[in-house]
Design a protein around this ligand. Structure first.
Ligand code: AMP
Ligand code: MG
Length: 467
């Protein structure tokens, strides 16, 4: 049953990682195993639960590495980042022929740990698992958790004074190539490495792309589509630093992220994001800012007249808005249950979201109620809503039922926080229940009624950087 992992990244780009072994956890226990994902990768869940499986899931295998990268954090360049508390276990080709990375977070200090302890607390690892499963169930490209384990250790708290249970997250990703990987190669290594990095990234993620400019275009388009889906889902990533932007087009590194209750463009849930740089409504602009940093690493490789290369890269970046709006309008039509041209749908959306914000209406709840014909009940002032609804009702109806585009279950802040608090105290049932709910988010599930609504206390909510 053993599937030997390959090390295609280290083989192609030995400059971008160092051989590194995960610490041996004192008393590892499997807290949650993603059986569906295990089978998709070609592993039998029973094998993974056994002794050999546990060795794999705790990183006690040959060939593992820690990857190095750089990045812009909150707008400022940091030339030296990397897997500070993680190792890349390796990659494999899954049962559907896709190459995927297995990565282990919480594996102890690495040469890139800087001041950190290399540890990961249980709550944030479960949070990353929940968010990944939910986004995946919505059809949004994302990294996913294969497993969460507790290590048997108590680790220093990220906040407060009570020690926390230590944990490991086994993450599956299309790859761990980031904008920050290119920044590192540009700032710190020979240009030849960057050329090899371009080739590897194209081969792995965007095989149709023609050279650096083609790669920029493919990554720009996939990010435009990704962020459009986040916006429709009401998702706030929280730390869109360039080292947290994957070149595969998957969302990655869910730290202080959260989902909107009340619709609010300025919503910020991360305690470290004091300036609101990564607020809900800023996400498309930030994605483009990050892509501009990516473009800067590619421009010198485009060749020919340097000014022309800059113009060409700029022309690609200028297409971001169009791709974003196309994807956003397509998704919004589905959510509204109508068919309409892009301009009509976007205008309808703009007006709707202004109304939701003004009347403090729940983002997710609104679309479910709209599908059930009961949304008017959410508004104090009826007339503006009635005018909007009249315009929406005048459009042809989509064939797809609205319930397929609008989730009932989302990892709402109150529910997620209370489930994580319980897990901290040793009760894992609430988080397993939440995982069940968000993994099948469109259909009402018996016994999960308490997870449907926004609950109390959603809005003043903050996630601390206990990632
Ligand atoms: P993030 O923005 O949370 O994805 O992390 C930024 C950087 O900090 C990454 O390079 C992480 O590997 C590193 N890091 C985060 N937490 C720790 C920790 N406890 N120990 C060592 N490195 C860490
Ligand atoms: Mg990160």
């Amino acid at each position: 049953m053993e599937i030997s992992l390959e090390q295609s990244y280290a083989a192609a780009l030995p400059e971008l990682s160092v051989p590194w072994r995960a610490e041996v956890p004192p008393r590892p226990e499997l807290v949650w195993l993603n059986e569906e994902l295990a089978r998709e990768l070609g592993y039998s869940p029973a094998w993974l639960r056994g002794e050999e499986g546990l060795s794999l899931l705790t990183g006690q295998i040959e060939g593992t590495t820690a990857q190095v990268y750089a990045g812009h954090q909150f707008g400022s360049p940091n030339p030296q980042l990397g897997d500070g508390r993680a190792v890349l276990l390796g990659d494999l080709v899954d049962t559907r022929g896709r190459r995927r990375d297995l990565h282990l977070k919480g594996a102890g200090r690495t040469p890139f740990a800087r001041g950190g302890d290399g540890k990961a607390p249980l709550g944030p690892m479960l949070r990353e698992a929940v968010i990944g499963e939910w986004l995946h169930a919505l059809g949004v490209p994302t990294t996913r958790a294969l497993a969460v384990l507790s290590t048997g250790e108590r680790i220093a708290p990220r906040q407060g004074v009570t020690p926390e249970p230590g944990a490991l997250l086994v993450r599956v990703a299309a790859s761990h190539l980031r904008v920050g990987t290119f920044e590192h190669a540009t700032w710190n290594l020979d240009p030849e490495v960057r050329e090899r990095l371009v080739e590897y990234t194209i081969r792995r993620h965007h095989p149709g792309a023609d050279g650096p400019l083609g790669l920029l275009e493919a990554v720009t388009r996939s990010q435009a589509e990704l962020v459009a889906q986040w916006m429709l889902a009401g998702f706030v990533h929280g730390v869109m630093n360039t080292d947290n932007m994957a070149l595969s087009g998957e969302g990655i590194d869910y730290g202080p992220c959260a989902v909107l209750d009340v619709h609010r463009r300025g919503a910020v849930f991360s305690s470290i994001d004091r300036g609101g740089r990564y607020a809900y409504g800023n996400q498309p602009g930030i994605a483009l800012w990050n892509l501009s940093r990516f473009a800067e690493t590619l421009v010198p490789l485009i060749g020919g007249d340097p000014n022309l290369a800059i113009d060409q890269a700029t022309a690609v970046l200028e297409q971001f808005e169009g791709w974003y709006l196309d994807a956003y309008a397509r998704g919004l039509s589905r959510k509204l249950g109508v068919v309409g041209d892009r301009g009509t749908v976007l205008a309808l959306g703009e007006e709707l979201f202004a109304l939701l914000e003004q009347e403090q209406v729940d983002h997710t709840g609104f679309f479910r109620m709209l599908g059930e014909g009961e949304a008017a009940g959410l508004f104090f002032e009826l007339e503006p809503y009635a005018l909007w609804a009249g315009r929406r009702d005048a459009l042809p109806r989509a064939e797809e039922p609205m319930g397929r585009a609008n989730p009932l279950y989302i990892p709402r802040n109150v529910h997620l926080e209370s489930a994580l608090r319980a897990s901290h105290l040793g009760d894992l049932e609430p988080v397993r229940e939440l995982l069940d709910a968000v993994s099948a988010p469109f259909e009402r599930q018996e016994g999960l009624e308490h997870l449907e609504g926004p609950g109390d206390g959603g809005d003043g909510f903050m996630t601390f950087c206990g990632t």
